[in-house]
Design a protein around this ligand. Structure first.
Ligand code: HEM
Length: 408
């Protein structure tokens, strides 16, 4: 049976939001909640680059036809009545991958087989089917190419791990996501979102001083920075500060994601050839990027171990997370009594959460804004719910749960 691959690593649509000084919206909030600057009074006006199914598809060449044959052969031919998205490999490149995936979704529906290129994917976007695969029958599906691609990055982290390691680490990591931790995280989300809106506000002020009234933003990039800052603080208490600055570690994270995407769509796994990592420039860069991130994570693990305060899980879950300096998952894992783990496994766990929790969140936010921007009545509904539930208050874990329509 062909593996159903849940791809965590595909980029979202390139959305360029045009924000006006008089028309400002952030995540469906019509007027700024208290953590935003009250100078920004606003309504939504986000223009998005649209996707279109009418764009002419690239013509298939000899290589495409050969790779289609190979793909079908390797994946056991047809999959019952599942629709098959066919085309040229070049459809996958030249623009963000999600544009093509979205076009095929519109054409074929929420389950289809992507049957060209070197690999076959089953692309699923129906929540009921996703639940069936990931929750109800998780052990019936192989992660296939996803685990293969992620293993060099995440090692034995939860996503590519073998079953024994997964069971053992899952038991240890899951208690780290307890109620008080989540409550503290909502404050991290709020603070980091505040930094993003401050940045937008400064850009708008600058534009106003030059006589303009609109700025153009690449929202995918903005949400990526926001998500990176949040995941760094939440998982290992490290402030990337990527909303406002560049750094080698930030560049290395993006470089690594970029390489993962390249590997998931390239014809042959040339990176497995022994000398490739030394000879091929992009592979040299990939290993250089990995080293930068690993060195950073190793330093954080060393610091956390140096300041270890061992405690039972129950005691750890009762710490005053809203007021302690380090509420991170790393702190929890290092302090947990009886869960001594080697640094390599800990680093794999952190790397997995960093990579899995960053681009996914950014993609969801980008798509949410993209779709909302195309549905003015839905934006109004979202804004009304945020207004009535949060008013001028900062969000809390409890109040977020009341945003029922937005969570549907
Ligand atoms: C909206 C954002 C997110 C989406 C769409 C998403 C999606 C997914 C999907 C589809 C899987 C299943 C992968 C598989 O089993 O092959 C998964 C697993 C996982 N995700 Fe996320 N994720 C998101 C946010 C996060 C965040 C914020 C974190 C980190 C704190 C994270 C960490 C993980 C981990 C560790 C796993 C493996 C779980 C296990 O196998 O036990 N994800 N995610």
């Amino acid at each position: 049976m062909e593996a159903a691959v849940s791809s965590l690593h595909l980029s979202s649509p390139a959305i360029h939001g045009s924000l006006r000084t008089s028309d400002f919206m952030f995540l469906g909030v019509p007027k700024p909640p208290s953590f935003l600057n009250p100078k920004l009074k606003a309504f939504a006006a986000i223009r998005c680059q649209s996707t279109s199914t009418k764009e002419p598809k690239a013509k298939r060449n000899l290589l495409d036809n050969a790779s289609n044959l190979l793909t079908n052969f390797l994946s056991g031919g047809s999959l019952g009545s599942m629709p098959v998205a066919e085309g040229a490999v070049s459809d996958l490149f030249g623009r963000p991958l999600f544009f093509s995936l979205y076009d095929w979704f519109l054409e074929h529906g929420s389950v289809y087989k992507l049957a060209f290129g070197p690999k076959a994917f089953v692309v699923v976007s129906d929540p009921i089917v996703v639940k069936h695969i990931l929750r109800e029958n998780a052990f019936s599906f192989d992660k296939g190419v996803l685990a293969d691609i992620l293993e060099p990055i995440m090692g034995k982290g939860l996503i590519p791990a073998d079953l024994d390691t997964w069971k053992q680490r899952r038991r240890v990591i899951a208690p780290g996501f307890h109620a008080l931790y989540l409550e503290a995280m909502v404050k991290v989300f709020t603070d980091c979102s505040g930094r993003t809106t401050e940045k937008f506000e400064k850009l708008l002020d600058g534009e106003r001083s030059r006589g303009g009234d609109a700025i153009e933003l690449d929202l995918e990039a903005e949400f990526s920075s926001l998500a990176l800052d949040i995941i760094g603080l939440g998982v290992f208490n490290y402030d990337f500060g990527s909303v406002t600055k560049e750094s080698p570690v930030i560049q290395a994270v993006y470089g690594t994601l970029f390489e993962a995407e390249h590997r998931s769509t390239f014809y042959i796994p040339y990176w497995k050839i022994p000398l490739a990592r030394w000879v091929v420039p992009r592979q040299r860069k990939f290993h250089y990027d990995l080293k930068i991130i690993n060195d950073c994570l190793d330093g954080l693990i060393r610091n956390a171990k140096d300041s270890r305060q061992e405690a039972d899980v129950e005691k750890l879950q009762q710490r005053d997370y809203l007021n302690i300096k380090d509420a991170s998952v790393l702190r929890f894992l290092v302090d947990m009594r009886g869960a001594d783990v080697d640094d390599r496994q800990l680093r794999d766990d952190l790397m997995t959460m960093l990579i899995a929790g960053h681009e996914t969140t950014a993609a969801v936010l980008t798509w949410a804004v993209f779709l909302l921007a195309q549905n003015p009545s839905k934006i109004k509904k979202a804004q009304a719910e945020v207004d009535s539930v949060l008013g001028q208050e900062s969000p809390t874990f409890e109040s977020i749960k009341k945003l029922e329509w937005l969570q549907r």
